[in-house]
Design a binder for this molecule. Sequence first.
Ligand code: NAD
Length: 252
Amino acid sequence: MEKSMIGKVAIVTGGSYGIGQSTAIALSKRGVKVVIADIIEDPFHQTLNSIVGAGGEAIFIRCDVSIAKEVQQLIEQTITSFGRLDFAFNNAGIEGINAKTHECSEENWDKTIAVNLKGVWLCMKYEIPEMLKHGKGVIVNCASIAGLKGFPGLPAYVISKHGIIGLTKTAALEYAKDGIRVNAVCPGVIHTPMIDRLTKNDPQAAAQYTAMEPIGRMGYPDEIAEAVVWLFSEAASFVTGTSLTVDGGIMA
Ligand code: NAD
C-alpha cells in the first residue's frame, strides 16, 4: 500500500458505475477515504458496499455536477464528513446522442457540454479553494481520446473532451506554485455501462469498438483506475498539466 495516501480524502464524481466505481474502490484499497458523488444512487450500493465490506471508509453524496449549488454542497458535505479534501477525480460524463454536426440538436449539445465540460469546471471551482487552504492537492479530470482526435457523430462529446484538456492545462499553470497538481486521463475504449449503451449490447457493434483497439480488446475500468491512482500518488509529484492516454495504443 502507498503509505502517503493513507487517510487522505478523495471525491470521485460519477462513482456509482464504470470507471468512477473502479477508481473509488482502487483508492480505498490504498487507505483513502472516498466520497462517491453521482446523480444516481445505485440501488445496490455496489461501490459503497465493496469499499465498506473490505474495511474502507466511504460515503455517497447525490450530486449533479452540472448544477453549481449541488457541487458547492458536495464540497461542503465532504468537509463536514471528512474534514479535508486531498484528491478529486472529476470523472462524471455522458456520451450524448449520436448525431452528425448538422444533425446535433441544441438540447443534446447543451446537455453534453453542461455535464462533461461545465461539470468539470464547477468541480474544480469548488475543490480548489479547499486545496488552497492546505497548500496541497491533486486533481485528475477524465477526458478521453475524444479530447485528442475527432469522432464522427459525437461533436458535442468531442468538444467537451477537448475543452477538458484545455481547462486542465490552464488550471495546472494557475496553481502549480500552490502545491496543486492538475492532470487529465484520456481513456481509450473501456468496457463500462457507457460502452454497453453505445453498442446497445450488440456483439457486432461491440466488435467494431474492439477493432479500434490496437491491443485487440477493450480496456477494463481497473486499468484507468490504476493510472488515476498513480497520478494522485507522490510517484507523480513532478507531473502536472499532462493528459495521460490509457488507450491500448489507439493514439499511437
Ligand atoms: P458510465 O456511464 O459507465 O459511468 C458514468 C457515471 O457518471 C455514472 O455513474 C453516471 O450516473 C454518472 N453521471 C452521469 N451524469 C452525471 C451528472 N450530471 N452528475 C453526476 N454524475 C453523473 O461511463 P464511464 O465509461 O465509466 O465513463 C466515465 C468517464 O470516462 C466519462 O467522463 C467518460 O466520458 C469517460 N470515458 C469513457 C470511455 C469509455 O470507453 N468507457 C472512454 C473515454 C472516456
